[in-house]
Design a protein around this ligand. Structure first.
Ligand code: NDP
Ligand code: 8X3
Length: 254
């Protein structure tokens, strides 16, 4: 049997990169996206060598609708039978009170986490509908389940992902497409450094006193959700480290 194909957005770091490795180790061919083309090329080279699979790197900014549409419109025929789409690309920018937050940060989060997810999904869904199967995994967050102080627009963007996850599940039901929302708490990745714009002390403080989730924990969970029998669909999954409950309660050891 030919290798299955998984498309992972935001595969240059963190959870997306861990997903790439997990699916590669299990014999999938990978379409990997991100803005940092050097990282995409390095990951392609490493995974193809280590796992004898094929990787197609696609270098675009998910905020740019035309770039997304062009990338998928020109997808080579042998890469069009996408079995799984992992809508992972996303970020938080800033953690500020509503009245102090930066409008550009807000636009970046909404354009990436919501619009970007929509652009990619709209491009891929017709391919899944044509095959009458497929699985879409949407990366939400505990921030999309519960608002926290200074979370404002990041939370709003992930609440939108949660709503879209439910909406896709309903509208795509007739096409035999599975849709799963994954909602992690704190995962130690580049996320905090991006959020705090390179402020190492603030990024470190996010995880101090915690054994946080790892990117591999989430990749393993996503992989599990997509390997269940075809009549089974996990709709929604909230996952935190043991020291976290919801967005607000942490039991830190220091
Ligand atoms: P990382 O910063 O480690 O990785 C983010 C990935 O998203 C990178 O590959 C980055 O690629 C990509 N990305 C960001 N913006 C864009 C863009 N405009 N266009 C294309 N790709 C983009 O963070 P995580 O792995 O932690 O985050 C992955 C997802 O998980 C996000 O949606 C995040 O909101 C979510 N999440 C993270 C949690 C955490 O605590 N870490 C908890 C809950 C959810 P590049 O920069 O190369 O474009
Ligand atoms: C990331 C988790 O709690 O920092 O989505 O918003 S949190």
């Amino acid at each position: 049997m030919e290798n299955k194909i998984v498309l992972i957005t935001g595969a240059t770091a963190g959870i997306g990169e861990a997903c790439a490795e997990k699916y590669a180790a299990n014999g999938y061919n990978l379409i990997l996206t991100g803005r940092r083309s050097d990282r995409l090329e390095a990951i392609k080279s490493q995974l193809e060598t280590e796992f004898s699979i094929k990787v197609l790197p696609l270098n675009f900014d998910v905020q740019q609708r035309a770039e997304v549409e062009e990338s998928f419109a020109t997808l080579p025929p042998e890469w069009r039978d996408i079995d799984i789409l992992v809508n992972n690309a996303g970020l938080a920018a800033g953690r500020d009170l509503f009245e102090e937050a930066d409008m550009e940060d807000w636009e970046t989060m909404l354009n990436t986490n919501v619009h970007g997810l929509l652009y990619v999904t709209k491009a891929i869904v017709p391919l899944m509908i044509a095959r009458k199967r497929g699985h879409i995994v949407n990366m939400g967050s505990v921030a999309g389940k519960e608002v926290y102080e200074r979370g404002n627009v990041y939370c709003a963007s992930k609440f939108a992902v949660d709503a879209l996850n439910k909406a896709m599940r309903i509208d795509l039901l007739r096409h035999n497409i599975r849709v799963t929302g994954i909602h992690p708490g704190a995962v130690e990745t580049e996320f905090a450094m991006v959020r705090f714009k390179g402020d190492q002390a603030k990024a470190d403080a996010t995880y101090t006193g915690l054994v946080p989730l790892t990117a591999s924990d989430i990749a393993d969970t996503i992989y599990y959700c997509t390997q269940l029998p075809s009549h089974v669909c996990i709709n929604d999954l909230v996952i935190t480290c043991t020291q976290q409950a919801g967005t607000y309660y942490f039991h830190k050891t220091q």
